[in-house]
Write a protein that binds this ligand. Structure first.
Ligand code: RB5
Length: 143
């Protein structure tokens, strides 16, 4: 299951990604927002992060805001969430291969719909390489 959310700055890209997911028969749940009216990005980032952390083995998240930073910072406050800000396919591949990111954050105002599609396609089709990368992930937790 993919949980997807955005603020107003990411709304149009979110809607485009929903079309991509639907065409590719990938299950998703839209956590809002539902228009381009101004909203506060933490609400939607928290919804997606809570959903993903509640089903870590079977879910991923997609978040979009204007820069990608607001939703990224918010999601990474959640335990067991590794959210990666990705602005191209190469970064998206590495986010999964090396960081085992379970949420991807996109800068909606700085990428085209085609770029967003490529980034999501790459993220969903890349595989965590584990090994030394798992050891590094184990070092992230500081609690
Ligand atoms: C909203 O104007 C903008 O601040 C937001 O989408 C995001 O870029 C925040 O980090």
């Amino acid at each position: 299951m993919i949980y997807i959310g955005s603020d107003h700055g990411g709304y149009l890209i979110k809607e485009h990604i929903k079309t991509y997911l639907t065409i590719n028969k990938i299950d998703f749940e839209d956590c809002g927002t539902n228009s381009e009216l101004s909203v506060d990005y933490p609400e939607f980032a928290h919804k997606v992060a809570n959903s993903v952390s509640g089903d870590l083995n079977n879910s991923l998240g997609i978040l979009v805001c204007g820069s990608g930073n607001g939703v990224n910072i918010t999601a990474n406050k959640h335990k067991n969430i590794r959210c990666a800000l990705c602005w191209n396919s190469e970064i998206a591949a590495l986010a999964k291969q090396h960081n085992n990111a379970n949420i991807i954050a996109l800068p909606g105002r700085y990428i085209s719909t085609l770029e967003a599609e490529k980034i999501i396609h790459t993220f969903l089709n890349s595989t965590f390489e584990a090994g030394r990368h798992q050891n590094r992930i184990n070092l992230i937790e500081n609690e």
